[in-house]
Ligand binder design. Structure first.
Ligand code: FES
Length: 125
């Protein structure tokens, strides 16, 4: 059913929590199940220094969220933007077909958080 990697990230999720005064926050809901995921980014220069997440969702949502935080830490914003939902699922050695929709939360929330950061930067002028 689930790969060992999915089970590992579900049982021991990395980077759970919030970042106070985060530079970017992204929140997305999964239309299929109503679950929600929020990502917090700490960005310095162009690099993602720290990332945390909170997911009100199923095990696959927890695992994909955890994996995406590991994938983006230390990456530049542009590198992070190239991460797709499919890439996250792949990094977990795949998800069962009926759980693929859960993987949509992770990269989408990441992209939203980067968008939020860019908007804030723009507002600063
Ligand atoms: Fe909702 Fe998986 S069932 S994210």
């Amino acid at each position: 059913m689930y790969s060992a990697k999915v089970m590992d990230h579900f049982m021991n999720p990395r980077n759970v929590g919030e970042i106070p005064d985060a530079d970017g926050i992204g929140e997305v809901g999964n239309a299929k199940c109503g679950d929600i995921m929020r990502i917090y980014l700490d960005i310095e220069g162009n690099t993602i220094k720290d990332v945390k997440f909170k997911t009100f969702g199923c095990g696959a949502a927890v695992a994909t969220s955890s994996m995406v935080t590991e994938m983006v830490k230390g990456k530049t914003i542009d590198e992070a933007l190239t991460i797709t939902n499919a890439a996250v699922a792949e990094a977990l050695d795949g998800l069962p077909a009926n759980k693929m929709h859960c993987s949509n939360l992770a990269a989408d929330a990441l992209h939203e958080a980067i968008k939020n950061y860019k908007e804030k930067e723009k507002a600063k002028g």
